[in-house]
Ligand binder design. Sequence first.
Ligand code: ACO
Length: 331
Amino acid sequence: MRKSRKNIGIIGLGFYVPKKVLTNKDLEGMVDTSDEWITTRTGIKERRIAGPTESTSTLAFNAAKDALKDAKLAPEDLDLIIVATITPDMAFPATACFLQEMLGAKNAACFDMSAACAGFIYGLVTAQKFLQSGTYKNALVIGAEKLSSVTDWQDRNTCVLFGDGAGAAVLAPVENGGILASYLGCDGSMTELLMQPAGGSRMPASRQTVDDRMHFIKMRGNEVFKLAIKIMSDAACRALKACKLGVEDIDCFIPHQANMRILDAVARKMKLPLEKIYFNVAKYGNMSSAATAVALCEAYKCGRIRGGDIVVLDAFGAGLVWGAAVIQWQK
Ligand code: ACO
């Protein structure tokens, strides 16, 4: 837990979601499920699915162009690119390297960040430290996922939950406000709850791993559900406390968009009115690293965030990892 020294803020935001919409009705034709079950258990109505020529880097590219335009910066102005993702284009090189080439951001150092659904917040905090130290002046942080590429379209327990998209933020020093405080955490004893078992060094790809469908997301949803409520409310309160603010100071709460029932329960636990929360889970489902990034960008673009507002980002995901950041939006 750290309080900021030099003020670092978000000076540009952008997002991109693929054109193809997959509705709950469409899923009824793919697995044994119903629009009614998905809606009441998750709040999700539809999600976006990347086309065959789209990959995580192309989704990230579209979001990045939007954010750079908003920040009024050229790609050459970027000193650092962090792509938060659990669905990189390849295990290596980093998706951030592909993105650098697409953007022409030839002056930027580049790496990927793997912190599942908390990846965008981990990325923001990491970039903030580089900028605070004076090492770099401008940074681009992106949450981007093509989760459809690791979704088991035969498993009704998981395939109804996920979608594809990307959200991007440009960070730079600001006069006032910016990231006031953050809190990042992890409990590695719970890796079993949510993982993509095969394809890494522990279980390299083989005919057997493909036959056993081990390259897809495996999740013990019910256990994740209960932990998410406790973890998210705790992380947000710790980050607020670190900058001497309380729940009553929040103007806009932007949580990880996994499940409407989780968000309802988090709001109750924190005693946070629902109208202070930005929701878009119905439209996009769970986009992991991209979820908070896209939600922040949408909230900003539709005028839900104004200068001086206290905005809280809050997420948890596979690891389990979690993170929260308190941002005072600069005027
Ligand atoms: N359609 C119809 N029935 C279904 C479906 C479906 N799509 N999926 C599961 N069911 C059935 C189950 O088989 C089970 O049936 P049974 O009682 O006959 O065994 C029943 O519905 C209830 O299943 P539960 O798992 O108990 O349902 P629950 O209310 O917990 O909802 C859900 C499941 C939506 C997955 C929920 O647990 C959840 O949202 N968990 C959190 C997931 C999450 O937030 N992950 C975040 C991180 S993602 C990341 O990091 C990449």
